[in-house]
Write a protein that binds this ligand. Structure first.
Ligand code: ADP
Ligand code: MG
Length: 243
């Protein structure tokens, strides 16, 4: 069963169309990169996947559960790191995680176990009592990843998670998520506008002006379009190409 299925999804902010008949599916345990320039519709898609916005047209299924008809089991399978950080800067790393675990309805005992496990997995155990304000950008992102994984979702969504990090931290974070995907079998949807965060074996979705203009394994896509991925991306996302 697919980790995620998006079927004919369209969304408009008033008269402004942000997504137009987007369809794709994501197989379990895969790293999928959703690549698109600013304004392509990436965050709108994440907002629909997390039910921040209601679906207007089309359907979203998470692990086979329709997000609009059976939201609870669908949402339970999702973890998300939004584009804008939502950590409380004045709470410690551990307090941020505990608070979130409580929101998910985890008991105190379960919460303590899960927080310990995720802190260890994100190499944050030694920083657990530090206030988030004192952490650098890369560590803050890892706290958000730990938080997103507390309830053991099967699909992790990350919206431009690397924005604002220096190049080395950016690629380290990307690699870190790839390791999680490979070692834990979690499916990942990683949105970005940066081509160097895509690897040849990734499932690649290219979004431009609200339309999916290409999808497939990245190496196959560049072959099919007769060039390197950079020129494919530029060609497909040059203004007006999607119309
Ligand atoms: P991305 O995340 O790829 O940069 P967005 O999903 O944020 O793209 O935006 C897609 C389009 O929708 C853009 O044209 C943007 O201006 C528009 N948009 C985004 N959020 C809103 C909003 N709250 N109200 C109106 N238009 C919006
Ligand atoms: Mg965005």
């Amino acid at each position: 069963m697919n980790a995620l299925e998006v079927v004919d999804l369209s969304f408009a902010y008033g008269a402004r169309e942000a997504l137009r008949q987007v369809s794709f599916s994501l197989a379990p345990g895969r790293f999928a990169a959703l690549l698109g320039p600013n304004g392509a519709g990436k965050s709108t898609l994440i907002a629909l996947l997390t039910r921040l916005y209601d679906v207007q047209r089309g359907d979203i299924r998470v692990g086979g559960c329709s997000l609009s008809r059976t939201p609870r089991p669908a949402l339970r399978q999702l973890g998300v790191v939004f584009q804008q950080s939502t950590l409380d800067l004045d709470l410690s790393v551990e307090q941020n995680l505990r608070y979130h675990a409580a929101l998910h309805g985890l008991s105190r005992r379960q919460s303590a176990l899960r927080v310990d496990a995720e802190l260890a997995r994100q190499a944050l155990t030694e920083r657990r009592r530090e206030r988030v304000r004192e952490l650098n950008g890369g560590h803050r992102r890892r706290v958000e990843i730990a938080r997103a994984l507390l309830h053991e979702p099967r699909l992790l969504l990350l919206d431009e998670a690397s924005v604002g990090l220096d190049p080395a931290s950016r690629l380290a974070l990307n690699q870190h998520i790839r390791n999680l995907c490979r070692e834990q079998g979690i499916s990942v949807l990683w949105t970005t506008h940066l081509l160097d965060e895509v690897q040849p074996s990734d499932d690649l979705l290219i979004l431009h002006q609200g339309r999916l203009v290409a999808s497939g394994q990245a190496d196959a896509l560049s072959l099919a379009h007769g060039g390197d991925l950079g020129s494919v991306f530029t060609r497909l996302t040059t203004s007006g190409a999607a119309r």
